[in-house]
Design a binder for this molecule. Sequence first.
Ligand code: ADP
Ligand code: MG
Length: 800
Amino acid sequence: SRRKSRWGNHERRQQDAPESEDKGDKIAEEEEDAAEPLPVTLFKDELMKAVRGSQVLVCTGETGSGKTTQIPQYLLELVRERDADTTASGGKDKDKDEGVALDTPAPGDGKRPSHNNKKLLVAVTQPRRVAATSVAKRVADERGCRLGEEVGYSIRFEDRTGPRTRIKYMTDGVLVRECLEDPYLSRYGVVMLDEAHERSIDTDILFGLLKRALARRPDLRAVITSATLDVERFAAFFDGCPFINVPGRTHAVDVYHSKTRQVMTATGPASPRYVEDAVDIIRKVHRTQGPGHVLAFFTGQDEIERASRLLSEAVAQEKIDRRAMGIEEEADNGVSEMIVVPLFGALSAEAQADAFKSARAGVRKVVMATNIAETSVTVPGVRFVVDPGYVKQKTYDPARRMESLVVVPISQVAAQQRAGRAGRTAPGQCYRLYTRNCYGGMLGETVPEILRTNLANTVLYLKVLGVDDILAFDFLDPPAEDQSLEALQHLYCLGALDQDGRATDTGRRMSRFPLEPSLSRTLLEAGELGCLEEVLTIVALLSVESIWFTRSKGGGGGGGGAGSGARGKRGERDEEAEASHALFRHPLGDHFTYLAVYRAWEASGFSDAWAKEEFLRVRALRTARSVRSQLLGEVRKASGGGRRRGRQEGGLEVTSCGRDLDKVRKAVCAGYFTKAGQRCSKEWVYRSLAVGALQQEGDDGAGRSGLTLMYLHPTSSLVHAQEPPEHVVYTELVFTARPFMRHAMAVKGRWLRSRLEAVRPCSSDRLCGRALAAAPGAGGGKEEEEAAAAAAAAAGAAGR
Ligand code: ADP
Ligand code: MG
């Protein structure tokens, strides 16, 4: 058949389930839970016994086996039993149980923990926001409670927990930040680190922090869960703790490799056509295959929006053609309709929920997802997987000292996970848009994030937590020394660390904000300069998805919804949008453009209708508004009295700079002078300024390997300036066709120079804290005390 000729290399992944090849075989779909118990439920007793008998348990199981939704509910039973015990024994057992914890002042409160009447929670961490929110919702449903009651979630900028919450789903980053106030996690009875195989940087850090807390609190329990079998390292990290594997319930998946696409390069897709290829496959599946949903993996929102637009258009066109040819609409494969559902992190909660909703009979859902759907969340009823083989990954280039989001080939383990998503409910098929050879050339496993990311925030948290010698911290995979040192240097440049590598007052205050160090530094500077009113808005807008709405609506909506003539209208709408956006463009850069948009929205009374008229994304604006108000809360806390040792704070008064926009520019400069570009003689081309200047004193930095030519991002308002500004700072470098500077702002050369000159050279050895750790009297138990003191100070700085 035609399919076979292009999709050769036919391979069966698993054969461990009796299945029927009958295409008409009914798919259990959403009823699956009711029909068959989840694999994890069969292991409940074993799991409970293991957690009772050991402080740490590692548990593995196929995606969809119930780890994330079920195990926390079991753990709550365990914590509840202990509630009952302590109440019954009048707190006597408690003393025994938590003896060590009681000897230790709870860092942060500065007083003894009062667990007696405090009910401990179950914490469940997720590397992804979508997973935390959607799973919390699901579990709340299962338990018949409203979200925020017994079951809640907490992600950056959004806390849906309440006084009655006992199971708290949260992103791993949120728990890391909680450690700053409470290093021994005293609110929790059990901490479950979920999706440990993802090896996100925050989960990796939690491994170390949790180990410390466990040593201090014998009553604390930890469960580490992973979708892959490679867990011996996890168990070894926790001194050989027990581990349990929950066998999955999977069906055979036929894996087809492309025969045509040969090349995948480490730096990005060789063929930019894979989105189109994926759309073709989806259409073919829809035409030729029986019931079952489709799950296609893309690297990000842009791709997903493009793919769903292409698919909708193609389907609409097909309908027209069919009608023209007088062919009946009726499909003969039992699926007459197709709906496209996007699934990615920045989506609103309601939009995310669409992916999990059941579809009517005869309707095929095409879920276009980012890596989220690889293991974090399970979309019920998927039988067909389309895998282009790419993922967008944060990648750090030590040579250029730059972090960027790049599209890279996935690992073999990831490819297997993706294929596995097709066989959850019934036998399935996986279409790989890469050759079998490409598969062979992929990395075996995904490189842990900690090895490929900028460590600045992590290092700052560790320093604030009193971990002096960063290089000696108990990491599952220690990051490359160079990278830690680079992070230390960056923090030192920003004034977050002193010359001995200790967190400064500035550093502690920075760590309070759930933001990148550069952004929190900008906020602090704005507080001192008196332009927080403006900068809060700017920072909020820099923290959300794009506010620009460029495509006509409906791309992600019902497939086939686009009627004839839509194309012409779309073009007009795009032009209209562009013209409307142009009115906000600010000659000094994107930061001010954002400010102008927000102010105009504010003036409209935060009106949705207004935003839509101006082709702005209402959702992004609303999120920015909520982020702003939360940052405002943090800023107010930070300005309230604290342990200042008499130092007069510039004060985080929220004032406006009026027309003196230089204040805003200077504040941004304080956070971003290390990401600066100077215009080359050639127009519109910039060379990286800060890197060179930091690398070598006195030299202009040109001609070194650190030299990178950079361009203004096509979306930047500076692109439309009469003349390119001499100096710019930007928030990140994106490598697509070229290195593009995103969110650029024009600054003055002398501001940059004075910032750069103010940084006195400092040896990395001192910064990393080796000297401190080696100093007499600083060893062993002292570290813990220092951690406590540091955390207390951090809390103090926030006026708690
Ligand atoms: P694991 O963590 O082991 O991958 P989960 O606990 O996330 O598994 O999922 C267990 C089951 O619950 C799966 O069959 C999945 O389809 C179902 N499920 C999870 N979340 C939802 C949801 N939001 N809507 C419908 N079903 C869900
Ligand atoms: Mg899970």
